[in-house]
Design a protein. Structure first.
Length: 249
């Protein structure tokens, strides 16, 4: 009789182990359900996190090298832009046509409408006008994380040639009330410099190619008479110089 009782006790312990295991599986399932629900409800935060990772790490890894032996990050190399076709001959019109086609291929129409205000040429070179509100928060020179993909695509075009590049900062005529920026001159200058720093630091473009300029509110493209017009005047212009003699550089 005593032997039978010991056998019965062992059987009871085995059943308790199964119950504990079932509880563990149930809790594990509940954990994954909560994780899935949380990730689904915070897609915007997830995208912002991905952009933050991109800003800090996406150019850290080793990639290939170009014909000059300079490192090319694998993430940049994935951009689908015909980098070898930048016109070596011809004037600003031909270069502007290339830039417009390249960005049109690399960016969706919605992104172009949101980020690119205009692409045009003058006697000096090609100008890519960026909508400031897409790249900076009001009164700030800190780049928005959401703007980095557009800058990456522009940088790939810039890396396809050895032209001089002038980055111009422009604002509207609304006075700025911020101790960090005594006037729109400083704000526009810091924004232009932020774009230069991004190209140089994260895309390894030669800093000797760049000039950053602040025009403040002194070169509006339209009168500052409506909010829509003011938004148009708040811009960053990237000038790819095709005629160095016109600008003395």
């Amino acid at each position: 009789m005593q032997a039978k009782r010991r056998k019965h006790e062992e059987h009871v312990n085995h059943e308790r182990w199964l119950v504990s295991y079932a509880d563990f599986i149930t809790l594990l399932f509940a954990f994954f359900v909560v994780m899935y629900a949380t990730s689904s409800a915070n897609e915007a935060k997830q995208k912002e996190f991905e952009q933050s990772i991109k800003l800090n790490f996406h150019l850290v890894g080793k990639g290939g090298t170009d014909q000059n032996g300079n490192a090319i990050d694998s993430a940049i190399a994935e951009l689908d832009i015909p980098v070898g076709n930048f016109p070596k001959k011809g004037g600003p019109a031909e270069a502007a046509d290339y830039v417009e086609r390249a960005l049109g291929k690399a960016m969706s129409k919605d992104d172009q409408k949101k980020d690119i205000q205009d692409i045009y040429h003058d006697s000096v070179g090609v100008r890519v006008s960026l909508t400031a509100s897409s790249f900076f928060t009001p009164g700030s020179s800190k780049l928005r994380l959401s703007s980095l993909p557009a800058l990456d695509k522009v940088a790939e075009i810039l890396s396809a040639n050895d032209k001089r590049i002038i980055i111009e900062g422009h604002t509207d005529d609304t006075p700025i009330a911020d101790p960090q920026y005594p006037s729109n001159w400083e704000l526009a200058g810091d924004r232009a410099s932020a774009v230069v720093r991004y190209f140089v630091k994260y895309h390894k473009l030669n800093p000797k190619r760049f000039v950053s300029i602040s025009y403040g509110d002194q070169k509006p493209i339209v009168p500052n008479d409506t909010e829509e017009h003011k938004a148009m005047n708040r811009r960053i212009e990237i000038l790819i110089v095709t005629d160095n003699q016109k600008v003395g550089i």
